[in-house]
Design a protein around this ligand. Structure first.
Ligand code: SF4
Ligand code: SF4
Length: 382
């Protein structure tokens, strides 16, 4: 109930404070010890080679001091636990921006380090909820192959088990298992579900199964087939979870977002009003500001130029006012984005903007169709 209340408070804060950022995503490094074929980190690293160094601890502190209020901070990378100052960065945003939810996405390879940081954060940020998101795409050696990292499944699984075992000491830490479905995912997904149920216990984690919508991962015409596969995969665990109200709300919401993204792919046009750029933003490891990840890595806005925060005194609000950033906002407002798959923008835009609620409500109650069981009907927000 406490976590449900926290979500309601986040919605109220964003409805009543137009300047508040619902989500700020900071890629604190573009280095990683894994080598996933579909990762954009490699592209980011290549782009940085002619550019500046990574932002320092002190630079993050300046950004946190000037950014204003932020509801949720997402710390990603690269592999974020490769940075020694991850806890210090997190604490700056907690102290100065009032962040109350933080999500840390990790490949799970640095288990001991991750646990140390979790313990430190729970002690230093007592009023914050921390989502530790561990990526597991398949079971055993298949996961290691997909991530190009021998032995990764074993160490990531150990980290997940250690978080479950330490739930009393880490009550504010939610364990999330992130599974990305690509065209290479198959039978191993079912084995992964069995493994997680047996090793972690169905009530101890939230399983976030997402599609990789990028064309090279799942072609648009194949999405429906994968959506059905996911539905079958999830059916077995729903009954176990049915008594847990908050979890069901969260699962229903995540499923609705998936339906909307699939519909968006099918229509090749936006079906909700995207608030990227105003309610959420992305900061690359070398200090470039963007409304969203698809602009940075997918070329959805071909003329896009990220704003260098170092040239704007680490002030995100000044970055928002820069000419290049305003051009990007104009592109978004004219609803020219095509093929957007990015769930972070969908999650914040649909939850915190009442103009998108009809779309969300419709997606929460999908109608069956011949085309795909995940289709959403008549939900385009004008
Ligand atoms: S673990 Fe994550 S950051 Fe590292 S290569 Fe894979 S997708 Fe990229
Ligand atoms: S619709 Fe997608 S690509 Fe366009 S601004 Fe929003 S998140 Fe970015």
């Amino acid at each position: 109930m406490k976590k449900t209340y926290a979500l309601a408070r986040c919605v109220m804060e964003n409805l009543t404070d137009a300047r508040r950022l619902a989500m700020c995503i900071v890629h604190i490094t573009d280095q990683c010890n894994a080598g996933c074929a579909y990762c954009y980190t490699t592209r980011a690293r290549r782009a940085r080679e002619e550019r500046a160094a990574l932002l320092s601890t002190e630079e993050y502190r300046l950004i946190a001091q000037k950014i204003g209020r932020v509801t949720q901070l997402v710390i990603g990378g690269g592999e974020p636990f490769l940075r020694d100052d991850i806890a210090a960065i997190r604490k700056s945003f907690y102290q100065f921006a009032g962040v109350r939810i933080v999500s840390i996405a990790t490949n799970g390879s640095l288990g001991r380090r991750a646990l140390e940081v979790m313990n430190e954060l729970v002690a230093a940020c007592p009023r914050a909820v921390i989502n530790l998101e561990i990526s597991l795409d398949a079971a055993g050696a298949e996961h290691d192959r997909l991530r190009n990292f021998p032995g990764l499944f074993a160490v990531a699984g150990e980290l997940a088990q250690a978080v479950c075992a330490g739930r009393r000491r880490l009550p504010s830490v939610n364990l999330v298992i992130n599974t990305v479905i690509t065209s290479q995912s198959d039978e191993s997904l079912r084995r992964l579900r069995e493994y997680l149920g047996q090793q972690l216990g169905a009530d101890n984690f939230f399983h976030n199964i997402q599609f990789d919508h990028r064309r090279e991962c799942i072609p648009p015409e194949e999405i429906g087939r994968y959506a059905q596969k996911k539905q079958l995969l999830c059916a077995g665990t729903r009954a176990v979870r049915s008594g847990i109200v908050a979890r069901c709300i969260r699962q229903g919401y995540v499923d609705a977002i998936q339906r909307i993204l699939i519909e968006q792919r099918r229509r090749q046009a936006p079906v909700y009003r995207c608030n990227a750029g105003t309610k959420l933003c992305v900061l690359t490891a070398d200090g470039r500001l963007s409304p969203c990840e698809p602009f940075l890595f997918e070329g959805i806005f071909p003329d896009f130029q990220a704003v260098n925060l170092r040239e704007h005194f680490y002030d995100v609000r000044a970055g928002f006012a820069a000419a290049a950033y305003r051009r990007a906002l104009g592109f978004i407002r004219s609803r020219k984005c095509r093929q957007c798959y990015w769930s972070c923008a969908a999650i914040t835009s649909l939850l915190y903007d009442p103009r998108n609620w009809p779309c969300l409500i419709s997606a929460l109650r999908p109608k069956k169709s011949k085309r795909t069981t995940h289709e959403v009907h008549g939900v385009v927000c004008k």
